[in-house]
Design a protein around this ligand. Structure first.
Ligand SMILES: [Zn+2]
Length: 347
């Protein structure tokens, strides 16, 4: 592997990292000059001509302050997102397990920050929610990951981790709703967990305050009305052992008409949570701590949390999605489909 000739990103794709600078975070302003080049990866030390601050080009990236060669760090991140364990990655990339552990934390945090920065004011009208189990610490300590996904683009809007209770569901729905352009136009598909039903009104409904009776006493608390554009349907699965016995569809909030519109938009015949369930399977292959029917679990909660965030970031932004393949307007040689890509648009 040639590590000397690592190609550096063009200067136009970088921005000043000084929050007090007028050009903070603005790319392509030709304000950056190269002060010096250092290290075996030819890392550039930059100066901003606007605020005169000097900083490494790696500042604010997952590789900042990383002492191992860039190619190895990238390889570690790739292995982790493909479901390799900490120790497995250490063996394959030939670095110490503690290095992998540190990079896992960094990539996880970076993924979470990137999600925070990019996923705002999103225009989606259908959402599926689900939780998948996993373990941290020991096989006796469950640690769940819950996600909210747009079934059309397969984009994950919200990702939270914790114990499977009403608090987790509240965090999931509140986080997802806060990232939406308009939270009152959502058709939500979930499993039968009661917390979804009790929280839907409060989070996706419109608040109103009934008038106070008389002039004494506290003002009445907010009540919530479901607008015509929002609805919630629960898909309750009854199982006997591992066998699926019956699927019960429960229209929890809003009109059946709104759900039918959602089904038409998605090309579904019956309400289901298939997109997020497919994602659960994929997520298990992308995080070593989530593999089923093995002894796999993260010995530390933070390892699992970072793996979850990093896997989700790669899923959302880096991987091609096979189900999003589209027909080419004209076949190119033997190819008639382009490669599936995240077709994502935010407002
Ligand atoms: Zn600056």
């Amino acid at each position: 592997m040639k590590e000397k000739n690592t190609t550096r990103p063009p200067l136009e794709s970088l921005a000043c990292v000084n929050p007090d600078c007028d050009l903070y975070g603005k790319k392509g302003c030709s304000n950056l000059i190269i002060r010096k080049i250092h290290g075996r990866d030819n890392i550039r030390y930059l100066r901003c001509r606007c605020c005169q601050q000097e900083f490494s080009e790696r500042k604010n990236t997952a590789l900042w302050n990383s002492k191992i060669p860039e190619a190895k760090a990238v390889s570690v991140a790739e292995h982790l997102a493909d479901g390799c364990s900490i120790k497995g990655t250490a063996r394959l990339v030939k670095v110490d397990a503690s290095t992998v552990r540190r990079l896992n934390q960094k990539t996880g945090r970076h993924g979470q920050q990137y999600h925070e920065q990019e996923v705002q004011d999103v225009a989606v009208t259908e959402l599926q929610a689900d939780e998948r189990h996993g373990f941290a610490g020991s096989k006796a300590q469950p640690a769940w990951e819950a996600e909210l996904m747009d079934p059309k683009s397969k984009f994950i809007l919200a990702h939270v981790q914790g114990a499977r209770d009403a608090i987790l569901i509240r965090r999931l729905l509140e986080d997802g709703a806060a990232r939406l352009h308009n939270r009152h136009v959502v058709a939500l598909f979930t499993d039968g967990l009661a917390a979804y039903r009790t929280l839907f009104q409060e989070i996706f409904g419109v608040a109103y305050y009934p008038p106070r009776q008389g002039t004494r006493g506290p003002h009445p608390q907010a009540r919530f009305r479901i607008p015509r554009t929002a609805a919630h349907v629960q898909i309750v699965k009854h199982q006997s052992g591992y066998r699926l016995k019956e699927v019960e569809i429960h229209y929890a909030h809003g009109s059946k008409k709104r759900i039918e519109l959602a089904l038409e938009r998605l090309g579904y015949h019956v309400p289901n949570t298939s997109a997020i369930e497919r994602r659960n399977g994929t997520a298990r292959l992308m995080s070593a701590a989530q593999v089923r029917k093995t002894l796999a679990f993260a010995s530390k909660g933070e390892t699992k949390e970072a793996m979850g965030w990093w896997g989700m970031t790669v899923y959302n932004w880096c991987r091609e999605h096979r189900s999003l393949k589209r027909l080419l307007s004209e076949p190119r040689g033997k190819k008639s489909m382009n490669r599936g890509r995240q077709l994502w648009s935010s407002v």
